[in-house]
Design a protein around this ligand. Structure first.
Ligand code: GLA
Length: 527
């Protein structure tokens, strides 16, 4: 058989014809085969999943204008610009994403003996494919049907998330290696460790639970999650809540099925399963929704769809802080919105996010919170002092506290960091003020967060690589005299006259202070 094929290939080559031996259909010998209108469709049958470029379509109208597009699993119809077509070479430009200084990429498609060789790239994906003429059935199957966004609607507060949501998410530790059994075990461990009772209530399944859609379009979990409703019941029975993850694009960031074209249907499915929290991650949607208006409308669409289910569902916007999300996150129904790209388990990334990319404090408050991403405490990449800084920064920022470690293997040190009631109380303070730095001097930063009690949380951060002694006097942070002082991490009462504090490298001292004259100071001062 192999010998026969080789013989056939030799015969074809010797005829000098540009045919593809593996395909029944003859290749177009030219991008412009004849005068007059024509349509060309090339299928790329072995395209890698990301960005999943499946087809090239070229159309010449009667007036000889040529238009074209690539069709991709991730980005749908990708329109060609500045098309130049010769019999053997097609060149075009295509907009690009996420590469600073490269808004456009130049593409080529050449007629070769093997078929049409396509070369180009989008963001971090280089594309080099060889395709053959698509059959009618392939064209029908690969055609991407666009949906239109509804006009922007705004939603009134639903009263959820009066304080920043707390819980756990699978992504930081497990990424796609998650399944029903692990999620159940994590829920059990949240109870057994006391973390549930410390306030961590949401058990969030991040990317990687999705399967395919049924014939009715309904999303189904993949084989690792045999019964989502039963899993929700299990989690609920332990006094916990269940979270899921999707995207407004056709593909999630890890390449799973997104909600594009199925927004209302997915919201109803999630509600029917008993889901209490949805993280909606822009991912491939960034190609479709690339400006403030469309990003906002795409998030509003899911916000309205969740609200229409009648089920209270926390809505977590994840579009990495684009287009000043904090200024419109609430009005699209969001209860928290990411202010940054992804955290990783190292001090430099955590500190850059926590100190510099934690959102505008004016946007945060009861019902809506800046989200500098999930916690890394317990994952082992930072020193204990750095993790203490991580927790303190998040608490001072009134940030959502989503643990990101393997709760089944919570170390003593991680438990102490995550369960400190004083620190959690600062994060969850009913006044909901996002604290900020009031004093910066080299590696030293002093942050202040006013609390509902009238007290102040004061954090002395040492961002330097050597231990430091930091000075705190009331006037550095614009306070009247300090009447009572407490070290929050240790719980120890301190002499309010102390003005110098030893702060470890990459570490922090977190204080609660009562200004003299406040009702609280009088209460505390009484014997
Ligand atoms: C993005 C998000 C992460 C995580 C992954 C999942 O990178 O920012 O938090 O959800 O997608 O693929």
């Amino acid at each position: 058989m192999r010998a026969l094929k080789a013989l056939a290939a030799h015969f074809i080559a010797s005829l000098g014809l540009v045919l593809v031996a593996s395909s029944a259909a003859a290749q177009p010998l030219s991008f412009v085969p004849a005068d007059g209108p024509y349509d060309l469709a090339i299928a790329f049958r072995d395209a890698p999943a990301n960005p999943g470029i499946r087809m090239l379509e070229l159309h010449r109208a009667a007036d000889k204008t040529v238009s074209g597009k690539l069709i991709s699993d991730w980005y749908g119809n990708m329109t060609m610009d500045n098309i130049v077509v010769t019999p053997t070479l097609l060149t075009f430009d295509m907009r690009n994403i996420n590469t600073p200084g490269v808004p456009i990429r130049h593409w080529t498609a050449r007629v070769t003996a093997q078929g049409i060789a396509l070369d180009g790239g989008i963001w971090d994906s280089k594309v080099a494919l060889v395709g053959q003429q698509a059959s009618g059935a392939e064209v029908a199957a690969l055609t991407f049907h666009e949906t239109t966004l509804p006009p922007l609607t705004t939603l009134a507060s639903d009263g959820l998330a009066k304080t920043p949501p707390m819980g756990w998410s699978s992504w930081n530790k497990f990424a796609e290696k998650i399944d029903d059994t692990t999620i159940r075990a994590i829920a059990d461990a949240m109870v057994a460790t006391g973390l549930r009772d410390a306030g961590y209530r949401y058990v969030n399944i991040d990317d990687g639970w999705q399967g395919t859609r049924g014939p009715d379009g309904q999303i189904r979990p993949n084989a690792k999650f045999p019964d989502m409703k039963a899993l929700a019941d299990y989690v609920h029975a332990r006094g916990l809540k269940l979270g899921l993850y999707s995207s407004p694009g056709p593909r999630t960031c890890a390449g799973y099925e997104g909600s594009y074209g199925h927004v209302q249907q997915d919201a109803r499915t999630f509600a029917a399963w008993g889901v209490d929290y949805l993280k909606y991650d822009l991912c491939s949607g960034e190609w479709f929704y690339a400006d403030a208006d469309t990003v906002q409308r795409s998030y509003a669409e899911m916000g309205a769809a969740l609200r229409a289910t009648g089920r209270p569902i926390i809505y977590s916007l994840c579009e990495y802080g684009r287009f000043r999300v904090g200024s419109w996150g609430r009005s699209v129904g969001g209860h928290l919105w990411r202010t940054t790209g992804d955290i990783t388990d190292d001090y430099a990334t955590m500190a850059r996010i926590g100190f510099e990319k934690n959102g505008d404090p004016n946007d945060a408050g009861p019902g809506g919170w800046n989200d500098p991403d999930m916690l890394e405490v317990g994952n082992g990449g930072m020193s204990e002092d750095a993790y203490r800084t991580h927790m303190t920064l998040w608490a001072m920022s009134a940030a959502p506290l989503m643990m990101g470690h393997d709760v089944r293997a919570t170390s003593e040190s991680a438990r102490r960091l995550l369960e400190n009631r004083g620190v959690i109380a600062i994060d969850q303070d009913a006044r909901g003020v996002q604290g900020k730095a009031l004093h910066k001097d080299g590696a030293a930063e002093i942050w202040l967060k006013p609390l509902a009690t009238g007290a102040y949380a004061i954090a002395l951060f040492n961002r330097g690589e050597a231990p430091a002694t930091m000075a705190l006097t009331p006037d550095t942070i614009g306070l009247p005299k300090i009447g009572a002082l407490r070290d929050v991490w240790s719980g120890a009462t301190l002499d309010p006259k102390v003005t110098r504090f030893a702060v470890p490298a990459h570490g922090v001292v977190l204080l609660e202070a009562f200004a003299i004259g406040s009702a609280h100071t009088r209460q505390r001062a009484a014997p």
